[in-house]
Design a binder for this molecule. Sequence first.
Ligand code: SF4
Length: 331
Amino acid sequence: MVRMPNWIGDAVMATPALAAIRATFSEARVTVVANPLVAELFTFHPDCDQVIRFDKKNSHSGVAGFWRFCCELRRERFDLAILLQNAFEAAAMALLTGIPSRAGYRTDGRGMLLTHGVPAVDKKHGLHHVDYYLQMLSGLGIEGGDDRLSLALSAEEEKGASVLLGTGPWIAVNPGASYGAAKRWIPERFAAVADSLAAEFGVQIVLTGGPGETEIGRDIEQAMQRTPLNLIGRTSVRELMAILNHCRLVVTNDSGPMHIAAAFGVPIVAVFGPTDHTTTSPRTDNCLIVRVPVDCAPCLLRECPIDHRCMTGITADMVLAAARELWERAR
Ligand code: SF4
């Protein structure tokens, strides 16, 4: 049983670790346990055989829901739990499920619950999240083959995106970031970049994002001269994956969709503000990061307590220059 992290971006960055687990335990049946959104990433994924949803907000909420989930999981009779999520709860789940071997970082006061605890390392500075997960496995003697991200789509899903988008080529603009407002660049500047790219490259623009980001999508739509296809809040995670895979370029904040695009090898212009580009950059060569060095970054805050200079200092021209460079490279 592999307990996945709770954020989409983190889970995508954990896919090289999942590949290493699959390669090491090649005879084993690998089950991913994840929250409902993250679970969607792993449908059809070649490195797992089964996905089980842990819906803490609904059907598994509260102590009774958690206990019920552990009882359901117990029926699977897992031999080993590998916890890529760091919470105490993940280790408690593995223990209450009766899994005899429980491995993960010794974080959140859960060392006593693990049979194979790996000393915690500082996730914040310098160590990329992909390597953070691989390093934990390395502490268990599980070595990864490579550090490439991987996600998979079915032929039907690819066809669905192709039918939905129709004639392209398409550039995706992904202006949200579910972690918090501090990670979001200014919507009017996304709009200016989108208009310029549409005019220069003769592309269509699709706006992507989650249900909590519809207002940002509306703002961008209103600010644009051209009419984009606004799919913000209108797609499942699987549909979003297929749409991003279909695009020729993605312009985005540091977000889950950014990592999904990286997994599909789509060129990415990534705007970074309060987060650490050395630890959560898209794991791909096909990416340019746009940022301004400010003294307070990376603060990793959800809301900016001052004037949001890490984002307001990034101009539309800076993002456009990066997009042009990637576009030329792809040609
Ligand atoms: S404190 Fe600094 S790095 Fe953090 S969001 Fe505000 S401007 Fe950006």
